[in-house]
Unconditional design. Sequence first.
Length: 590
Amino acid sequence: MLSSYSSRLPSLEPEDGRQFDERRSGTNIPHLTLQDVGRSKLYSPWRITHADYTSINGIIQRERNILPVPFELPSRHALNRYFEGYFTGFYNHLPFLHIPTLSLADISPALCLAIAAIGAQYRFEREEALRLYCASKAFVDYQIGLRPRWSIASTALGNSGQEYSPVSSILEPEGNQHDCHNAHRLELTQALIILMIFATYNPHSLLQDAFEMANCLVCDLREEKLLEQVDNCLDLTWEQWVRMESRRRTILGAFVFLHIQSIVYDIPPKLMSSEICLIRVPVSEALWRARNATEWMTMQTQDKPADITFGECYAAYFASTREHSSKCDVSPFGNLASIHAMIQQIYLAWELSFTTFSYGGCDEPKIQCLPPSMVTRFEHALGNWKSNWEATTESSIDPASSCGPLGFNSTALFRIACMRLHFNLGPHLKFNTRDPRIIAEAIRQAPLPARTPKLYNAILQSAHSLSIPVRLGVEYVARTQTLTWSIVHTLCNVECAFFLSKWLQLIALDPERLFPEEKMLLGLVNSVLCETNLKVPIQAEQDSSKRIKRIGIAIIKLLAQTLKGNHVFELVEILCVSLETYAESLEHDL
């Protein structure tokens, strides 16, 4: 049986019978919101004093020759606004900075300016965000020892072509250079991650920057042997634990976002999941946000965190249910990294199976499915992942949950995994072009999925994903999702809409001979549309084949409506136009 329609994360088959605990009555985690403004320094790290501002500006001005263009630090009030934008908008989606011990005046200029750049983006001040990005990247380029060059972004800002003439005072005297390098290594990695995120989702001219920084990030992780260090978790002080946990979260954060690049742009993974197998799974968000050593010690005593490596956690998903349930009780951050690893392995499975496709007289392979044994293995692992997500106290389908959005974000990736296991849509997305016409035409020309019962779960997950904005209100989501939702949900919903449209085109080829499960799923998809203003044209269509195709068109239009609001990143605007263009092409085909 397919699970009933609801707002929860629907189950995969076979169902193991465990019930989802809706109470979520775990620890209340401090969740950074605008209401936190005016509270203590602990919950408003963006609030810098005049002394802090003078210190930050002094460091940057001493190193101004490193910067690609004349640069002036924004005013203290503007900088406060940008820092606030980062911590209330972006931070909770990738929490690797430790707020209780963070001092923005004491971190490296590269990291400080990177935080400000994303924050300015979340305040919709895009020109200033780009200037801060360029300044931060100049510091990063210098620190990692790249051949001095102008970035594409600097050219966009009007680079005059003067010589790059960095000064050496950014480093300590020669005898202390090694110690200084170790002290700033983690901050440099964190700055690279933030800048890579900025460039990945913003103007097309920055995309090459994003890929180059991804390469630098992976090289840095490997060369510094950060992936090989085994944590000693015994008898640590709070300060030692914070440094160790920050490193874990930074490494897994790098893995997560490097893999998002792979998902969005269909490029080979740059960092393999096997390379992070020795990294211990991050602790709960509650423990990570403990305000002081006393609170941290108390929480550890009450709820001892799972002490397992990422490799042990991931392997347990593919093991028996009993072994899985005993080993794999992990945090939302651990769940997030694990589902990324599963999507990566599905990508590699498609690449491995490519040579086994049989070809006919056309360019597209006749077979578009993985070997059954491989599919069964992944279905088992995804079922175990889902059970673990439900058993995690901090998991939530509320984007504004006090437990943070990591659990909610993981559900979007779970749905992508379910779709890509049965239909390899990635090579046909063409998001790297940033051209809505090319994206729409590539999807229109993409092959249809195989008509198999194995597809049903992916259809169910897609329908549930698109039901969330309908349940919350399409216009409401269009105006508010920027403040609470990760862009990962946008990417997931776009893929869900494309996938459903291809499936509906498939069953429209023979609408009079639908299987009972297909009729049920078609009714489920249509019931989502019945809650919107798109239901009338569908009901007016008499021809059953055209009616099914119009449901697919309406799904595309529905998602386009949810993306009509203002968005932090340019990529979302491109996807919105792509959806509209694709819907127009489908209507023209009718």
